[in-house]
Design a protein around this ligand. Structure first.
Ligand code: HEM
Length: 140
């Protein structure tokens, strides 16, 4: 029961965080095209005020719930080595933790990341993570 509850929270957090990245990358850029750089800055700031209250905490919830779920699905490593499922889950956890750490350091400590200063690479990573969570069951 706890597993299902935490996984549902994990999914909602992924939905909020990923949803923002999709919106920012795909749609907000169009606002700039219509209104120009100056006006866009103003418009963006008006909604980023609210985004900052919701999206960074969602990322933290996403990582913490993921860390809770991880040992419960990973299983034990046999003498034959890591299974496909385990390799994919390790990669997913690594990318998720990287995203989480870099987001946390940027928002709460003002440390600018070396890589992906814009939101394009986080979106690519989220899409990759979503694909990884689906292909982990392939019989490889
Ligand atoms: C941006 C970060 C992340 C996104 C977008 C994300 C997305 C998802 C999604 C969509 C699922 C549901 C998959 C399904 O049931 O088909 C899931 C499950 C899961 N995630 Fe994440 N996740 C992220 C970060 C993490 C991290 C950092 C960890 C671990 C350290 C993690 C561990 C897990 C585990 C263990 C499950 C449960 C798998 C299962 O039920 O078999 N996730 N994640």
């Amino acid at each position: 029961m706890t597993f299902i509850l935490i996984k549902t929270i994990h999914l909602f957090a992924a939905f909020i965080y990923g949803g923002f990245l999709f919106t920012d990358n795909l749609f907000c850029t169009k606002i700039e095209r219509t209104y120009g750089a100056e006006k866009y800055k103003e418009i963006r700031e008006s909604f980023m005020k609210y985004v900052r209250k919701v999206v960074p905490p969602s990322l933290i919830v996403l990582v913490l719930t993921g860390v809770y779920l991880f040992p419960q699905v990973f299983g034990t490593v046999s003498d034959a080595g890591l299974t496909w499922f385990q390799k994919v889950m390790l990669l997913k956890a690594f990318l998720g933790l990287w995203l989480g750490l870099r987001g946390f350091l940027q928002v709460y400590f003002g440390i600018q990341p070396f890589l992906f200063k814009s939101h394009r690479l986080p979106l690519i990573l989220v899409v990759t993570i979503l694909i990884l969570t689906q292909i982990r069951y392939l019989p490889l």
